[in-house]
Design a protein around this ligand. Structure first.
Ligand SMILES: Nc1ncnc2c1ncn2[C@@H]1O[C@H](COP(=O)(O)OP(=O)(O)O)[C@@H](O)[C@H]1O
Ligand SMILES: [Mg+2]
Length: 280
């Protein structure tokens, strides 16, 4: 096993190891050499202005985009490629699907199947993709519904649920595949303000349960309280990173400070708009 590309898989190695990842769309370089390690059980909040490349980076980790340069390993597996004696070979679609199955993703839009019940949505992938029996998948789905606070909703259709409930189903659906890693891309930004907290609570519980998570969010309270580390990206580079108390509490770079003060202004404007007394 001298092959350096063999699964490292040891507990000390980072779960996500991204090195010098680059990505361009039609000559527009969107990721300009991203390095990022995420330890097992670590919660990383990715902050940055719109267009800074956050979504693209998550999509590259999950191979919804191919990368132009660099390497991404997840749990010791090189994403998308096999290294045979120093030469990279593309994995087959089937092999890539196998790697993607280990990573759960939760987007701004929930994308539940509208014609399936909550339970059917959750058992779909485990039964169809993993070959889990319907009975086993159902038992697990009911546990997950309990975990996300929706044990009374297995027979509901998505249209009968609030946005916050749908997003919690989407999280349960991702968890049903037993992912090693969860990627969240602005999971609460399409929700009415009063529904944000219930989704953040599920994410916080998941973090406390030891899930490794990369979370793109503008929810500063969540970042402060739940993140082990905050990574601030701008224009395709990592500008600064560290514990939330440092990056949010005492940012070192002008770009981070400008972003955070803009976020605070937006939050204040939003709070004023929500406050009936201030509106008079
Ligand atoms: N599929 C695509 N084709 C062309 N340009 C894209 C595509 N996806 C993203 N981009 C561009 O890449 C840049 C980064 O986008 P994105 O990763 O969505 O940023 P963020 O999530 O930080 O807002 C933006 O300029 C965006 O327009
Ligand atoms: Mg985005």
């Amino acid at each position: 096993m001298a092959d350096s590309t063999a699964r490292t898989g040891s507990d000390a190695a980072p779960l996500v190891h991204a090195v010098n990842v680059t990505k361009a769309f039609h000559g527009n370089e969107v990721l300009k050499g991203i390095d990022m390690d995420v330890a097992r059980g670590e919660v990383v909040v990715l902050l940055g202005p719109s267009g800074s490349g956050k979504t693209t980076f998550l999509r590259c980790i999950n191979q919804l985009e191919t990368i132009d340069g660099g390497r991404i390993w997840v749990d010791g597996d090189l994403m998308g490629y096999e290294d045979r004696g120093g030469v990279l070979h593309h994995l087959t679609d089937k092999q890539i699907a196998g790697q993607r199955r280990e990573i759960g993703m939760c987007f701004q839009r929930f994308n539940l199947f509208p014609h399936k019940t909550v339970l059917e949505n959750i058992i779909e992938a485990p039964t169809q993709v993993k070959g889990v029996s319907k009975a086993e998948a159902t038992a697990r789905a009911l546990e997950l519904l309990e975990q996300v606070g929706l044990s009374d909703k297995p027979a509901a259709y998505p249209s009968q649920l609030s946005g916050g409930q749908q997003q919690r189903v989407a999280i349960a659906r991702a968890l049903a595949m037993d992912p090693k890693l969860m990627l969240f891309d602005e999971p609460t930004s399409a929700l009415d303000p009063e529904l944000v907290g219930e989704v953040l609570k599920v994410m916080r519980d998941l973090a406390e349960g030891g899930m490794t998570m990369i979370v793109v969010t503008h929810e500063m309270g969540f970042a402060r309280e739940v993140a082990d580390r905050v990574v601030f990206m701008d224009a395709g580079v990592v500008v600064e990173q560290g514990p939330p108390s440092e990056v949010i509490g005492n940012p070192q770079h002008a770009r981070t400070r400008a972003f955070l003060s803009r976020m605070r202004q937006e939050e204040a404007a939003h709070a004023a708009a929500q406050d009936p007394i201030a509106q008079r």
